[in-house]
Ligand binder design. Structure first.
Ligand code: NAD
Length: 366
């Protein structure tokens, strides 16, 4: 029997609509191949939403997402909205979406594809075989802690304040996602904090350590965030799964992403305890190349694969997409951001067409 799913599409800004068009075509094709039916509902977010409604996350967008089985987002943001007050900025829409869907866990894979080892800025022997999953807490920590703001002191000085705070429950729920994730991978979890200086990190370390007794099959280690950043660059292969808070995770997941040398290749997933997950590329809206048919659509397509795997539990369909992407790269297809000197670069649309061709001809299992 054909399975049916409702997917909310949020193309957003910049290159968003271009790469989303490729991902939707791929999803439709893989749906036909795997007997899945998708009902797509597009909604506004970010700058596009500000221009049409005055708000970066219109209530109807959040409602469309809540009524879906999964949400596929491209990217938000652009220079033209940078001067708006914070509450009206595109990024506020994204933060609101994550909070509105209660997406507290962000899964960011950083895997070096064998075909793209030379795209990394690190040496081949350092990055070859790297396969890391960063599990970042997404709805707590310093980005949300109170008090926050720019205040004026009694002496008339301005003072900027943010507060890093985590409750035991917040740490436990992200910890459990991380242990479960590590269990499905190589069974090694490294928790990153700054427990030598920060009380909030001391609680983080205590709770994660306490959780470990429920996961005897997972090997737990701890690193301070400064050392973790150093180790990621020195010998990234030592890591399997990393779990950390919102701020440290923001920075470390970008550093891990750059090990792969290709931000246009990296998908991410954000999930909560229940309800639809949010699947999106790691990169932003790339306003410098928007509308020029130069974007790499593969991170968006791989985000659609993550959506199938983790959002809809359709791993056979996800496998098909991931295999098609690997085969394309194997055959030398490249967009400009991942092309080596002398390699021909395809545009966004042509890369999408090549991918569809590959999907049409590939056998279900190879
Ligand atoms: P960016 O990721 O948009 O771009 C960084 C560089 O990578 C640019 O040179 C860009 O051309 C290139 N790039 C990114 N994606 C690419 C792709 N798919 N194919 C080829 N090249 C690609 O980051 P930025 O320049 O710091 O930010 C631009 C805008 O995006 C800002 O408004 C920022 O707030 C927003 N942003 C949004 C998200 C999101 O939607 N989750 C994430 C990061 C940044």
């Amino acid at each position: 029997m054909t399975e049916q799913f409702r997917i909310a599409l949020l193309p957003g800004d910049g290159i968003g609509p271009e790469i989303m068009a490729v991902a939707v075509a791929v999803l439709e094709q893989v749906g036909q191949l795997c007997d899945l039916k998708f009902e797509f509902r597009a909604a506004l977010i970010g700058g596009a939403a500000i221009d049409q409604t005055g708000q970066p996350l219109p209530p109807e967008t959040l409602e469309t997402c809540r009524q879906s089985d999964a949400v596929l987002l491209a990217a938000i943001g652009g220079y033209q909205w940078d001067a708006l007050p914070r509450q009206q900025r595109p990024e506020t829409g994204l933060l609101g979406l994550r909070a509105g869907l209660e997406l507290f866990a962000n899964l960011r894979p950083a895997r070096i594809l064998p075909q793209l080892v030379d795209a990394s800025s690190l040496k081949r022997e350092v990055v070859e075989g790297v396969d890391i999953m960063v599990v970042r807490e997404l709805t707590g920590g310093i980005y949300f802690g109170q008090p926050k703001g720019i205040f004026t002191t009694e002496t008339g000085q301005q003072r900027g304040v943010n507060t890093m705070a985590y409750s035991a429950d917040e740490i436990d729920r992200i910890g459990r996602v991380a242990f479960e994730t590590a269990r499905q991978r190589q069974g090694r979890l490294c928790s990153v904090d700054k427990a030598n200086v920060l009380e909030v990190s001391q609680l983080w370390r205590d709770r994660i350590t306490a959780l470990a007794s429920d996961y005897p099959d997972v090997e737990l280690s701890h690193l301070y965030v400064d050392n973790a950043a150093m180790q990621l660059l020195r010998w990234p292969k030592q890591f399997d799964t990393i779990v950390t808070g919102n701020l440290f995770g923001d920075i470390l997941s970008d550093a891990a992403a750059m090990l792969t040398g290709s931000i246009g290749m990296l998908p991410s997933a954000s999930v909560g305890a229940s309800g639809p997950g949010l699947f999106e590329p790691v990169h932003g809206s790339a306003p410098d190349i928007a509308g020029q048919d130069r974007a790499n659509p593969l991170a968006q397509v791989l985000s659609a694969a993550l959506l199938l795997r983790y959002g809809l539990q359709q791993s056979a369909a996800a496998d098909r997409i991931e295999r098609a992407v690997s085969s394309l790269l194997e055959q030398g297809y490249r967009t400009a951001d991942i092309a080596a000197a002398g390699q021909t670069a395809l545009g966004c649309r042509a890369m999408g067409e090549a991918l569809q061709q590959q999907l049409a001809t590939a056998l279900p299992q190879s």
